[in-house]
Design a protein around this ligand. Structure first.
Ligand code: FES
Length: 162
């Protein structure tokens, strides 16, 4: 009703009256302390700001998940959706298996964009729990895809890494 924005953020319901029409999703999540989502290029090129947006797809009659560059998404466009940021899937004390495997396999470099990489992987697995190697590579489109694909398969197979 009126100028109320309603969505879910990491499992918590959020309602904002008269939301700022100009603020991006990235600036919003960072402004409330969710600073794991990073500002890199600010123009959709680097993926450091990747988050996952889930919504009900009436056509397919199922929940669909997309990874998205939060620096390009107006906050007001997420009405009725569920937003997952890196804080929503794991942390240093209780990492998600993707984070754990990336760490163990040295799958991050300076680590600035690692949250975005993790969220891309997480979105892939939410839509497709058993992606092929090609599907995983397509998901990354990054030069260090090999390391990430290995991390993904270790994640899926839940092997011990020494
Ligand atoms: Fe680079 Fe959003 S900050 S894609």
């Amino acid at each position: 009703f009126g100028n109320k924005l309603c969505f879910c953020l990491n499992g918590t319901s959020v309602e904002i009256d008269n939301p700022d029409l100009d603020i991006t999703l990235l600036n919003y999540v960072r402004s409330i302390g969710l600073t794991g989502t990073k500002l890199g290029c600010g123009e959709g090129g680097c993926g450091a700001c990747t988050i996952m947006i889930s919504s009900y797809d009436k056509t397919l009659d199922k929940i669909s998940h997309i990874s998205a560059n939060a620096c390009l998404i107006p906050l007001c466009s997420v009405d009725g959706k569920h937003i997952i940021t890196i804080e929503g899937i794991g942390n240093v004390k209780n990492p998600h298996p993707i984070q754990e495997r990336l760490t163990l396999l040295h799958g991050s470099q300076c680590r600035f964009c690692t949250p975005g990489v993790v969220m891309s992987l997480y979105s892939l697995l939410c839509n497709n729990p058993n992606p092929s190697e090609k599907e995983a590579e397509k998901c990354f489109m990054a030069i260090f895809a090999d390391v990430l694909v290995i991390a993904l398969y270790w994640t899926l197979q839940k092997r011990e890494i020494t």
